[in-house]
Design a protein around this ligand. Structure first.
Ligand code: ADP
Ligand code: MG
Length: 252
């Protein structure tokens, strides 16, 4: 469904040598699939996600969604960034931020309020609908950004280290929320993380990237039953084997 073909990105730099962030990266995210992109910090994961969304033009290669070239964010795609604080409007409340992305969708005001309320309930923020983003903790801001992405109702979710800055307990809850919603609603997910365990826990497929410039080191199928469980899955032999294999790849 979402295909990345021979994608390269070199950042031009005034006065410096141009920085090559991606070198001929290819992989596909099948419809309804959950694919994680895993790699060391600075290897080019965010660059890849920005190119996949059409927000950033690649130097070479192509991104296609359902066979159509992606040159700007397609309407069926939602993006959830690492730094939610920077992507929420500070002058709108949490509910207002969600209503904002629904403004061009069909439906009455009441319907949209119901969609926003449901998304906020899913991330446990019902009591904070009327708060401003800057009145929330970092983890709560991240949950608000997730709620906004879910409320938007896109088939394809692109997430860039969305849980990197939340506490461990919240992180597990949000991982399970994302896995549940993705399964229930048949979402197609491309999830960026630098955390091996998180990638294995959530994904059907993990694409391991090399140190910069990023190339695909390996693509691993994760053979673990769903729904997954924070305790049982992480103790499963197959989880531990996948984790070990990826660890070895990243150490190369
Ligand atoms: P990651 O998300 O894996 O941490 P990034 O995609 O953010 O990595 O960055 C990959 C490389 O590209 C880094 O060396 C970074 O400094 C460089 N880079 C990222 N964005 C820009 C930019 N706008 N201009 C120049 N270099 C950039
Ligand atoms: Mg990044």
């Amino acid at each position: 469904m979402l295909t990345i073909e021979g994608l390269s990105k070199t950042y031009a730099a005034n006065g410096h040598a141009p920085a090559c962030a991606l070198a001929e990266v290819s992989f596909a995210v099948p419809r309804g699939g959950f694919v994680s992109l895993l790699g060391p910090s600075g290897c080019g994961k965010s660059t890849l996600l920005l190119c996949a969304s059409g927000l950033l033009a690649p130097t070479a290669g192509r991104v296609a969604l359902n066979g159509r070239a992606v040159t700007g964010p397609p309407p069926e795609m939602a993006l959830i960034f690492q730094n939610a604080a920077a992507s929420l409007f500070p002058w709108l409340t949490v509910a207002g931020n969600i209503r904002f992305v629904l403004r061009r969708k069909p439906g009455s005001k009441t319907d949209k309020e119901a969609v926003a309320a449901k998304a906020l309930a899913e991330v446990g923020l019902s009591a904070f609908a009327d708060h401003y983003p800057w009145q929330l903790s970092g983890g709560m801001q991240q949950r608000a950004a997730l709620a906004r992405g879910l409320a938007y109702g896109a088939d394809v979710l692109l997430l860039d280290e969305p849980f990197a800055s939340v506490d461990a307990q919240t992180r597990e809850d949000l991982e399970d929320l994302l896995a549940r919603v993705a399964a229930e609603q048949g979402k197609t997910v491309l999830f960026v993380t630098h955390d091996i365990d998180e990638a294995v826990y959530l994904s059907d497929t993990v694409v391991v990237l090399t140190a910069p410039p990023a190339r695909v080191a390996a693509t691993l199928a994760i053979d673990l039953p769903r729904p997954r469980d924070q305790v049982a899955t992480r103790e499963d032999r197959r989880f531990l084997d996948a984790r070990k294999a990826i660890h070895a790849l990243l150490r190369r």
